[in-house]
Design a protein around this ligand. Structure first.
Ligand SMILES: Nc1ncnc2c1ncn2[C@@H]1O[C@H](COP(=O)(O)OP(=O)(O)OP(=O)(O)O)[C@@H](O)[C@H]1O
Length: 257
């Protein structure tokens, strides 16, 4: 299976603030790879490193055989990476325009794509997120957090990326919506053939749809392997490490460092 993304021995951070220490991670074609870890472990920083939004001090980042270490965000986006950041103001995907409707936002994201193809892609987005079809005439500024998140992912899909990086797409969503999101992410892989690198706090559900998983703790990979073999006990142990004493909290209760 070919490698879409290969991160090798990456040391990265922000200026003098060193966050990642020798991180290796691979996303192969057609995979959903889940990246877990406690708050502040460096998960977002790893995604930022891929799109040139964090400083990579050493190591290599390779996208479909081409080295992209340190390349600026717009170049990496052009090369096939869509990055839906945690904040509502997404980067790497076009921003959501509050005054435009859902449909108009999708059309705006299709600049440079021939009309027929753009319509096909909008239809694909509506198939992945049927809710967006219902809301097609609603202005961006009136969307709920979850709906905005769907649109942000939809905008990313308009560019037909090879790799979709999602940073906590289900954060703050109602439980029913969370399940729908995970199904949508699986559809993105299954129906559109896009590989996914998914950062999630919702570990159990993410591992259900994931093929492989990595656990990052204080900037170092502490687990890499099959998503299904990562048990809750193992996760709790990895998240809390040596600090665990007495009653073992679950990884969901892991304290902020
Ligand atoms: N732009 C930035 N400039 C400087 N430091 C930053 C920046 N972004 C994040 N950090 C710091 O880098 C460290 C790792 O943060 P990061 O957001 O990568 O962790 P995370 O694992 O994604 O956490 P969370 O689960 O809370 O989102 C933290 O100490 C954070 O404060």
């Amino acid at each position: 299976m070919s490698e879409i993304l290969k991160i090798e021995g990456v040391e990265a951070g922000y200026g003098k603030f060193h966050v990642l220490f020798g991180v290796d991670l691979v996303v192969k074609a057609g995979e959903i790879v889940v990246l877990l870890g406690p708050n502040g472990a460096g998960k977002s920083t790893l995604l930022n490193s891929v799109v040139g939004m964090a400083d990579v001090y050493s190591g290599r980042i390779v996208l479909m055989g081409q080295e992209i270490t340190g390349r600026p965000p717009h170049e990496v986006t052009k090369m096939g990476v869509a990055y839906v950041m945690q904040s509502p103001n997404n980067f790497g995907t076009p921003n959501i325009f509050g005054e435009l409707t859902v449909y108009e936002n999708l059309v705006a994201a299709s600049a440079g794509i021939p009309r027929g193809e753009a319509q096909r892609r909008i239809e694909e987005v509506f198939e992945i997120f049927p809710k967006l079809r219902e809301l097609r005439e609603r202005k961006g500024k009136f969307l709920s957090g979850g709906e905005r998140q769907m649109l942000a992912i939809g905008l990313g899909l308009m560019k037909k990326p090879k790799l979709l990086m999602l940073d906590e797409p289900t954060a703050g969503l109602a439980p029913k919506l969370v399940s729908d999101f995970f199904l949508a992410i699986r559809d993105i892989r299954d129906k559109l053939g896009i590989s996914v690198l998914l950062v999630e706090q919702n570990a159990r559900k993410a591992l259900e749809i994931g093929d492989r998983a990595y656990v990052l703790v204080t900037g170092r990979i502490k687990y890499s392997g099959d998503a299904k073999s990562l048990s809750e006990d193992k996760l709790a142990e990895l998240f809390l490490g040596a600090e665990t004493g007495g009653e073992t909290p679950t990884y969901a209760d892991a304290p902020r460092r």
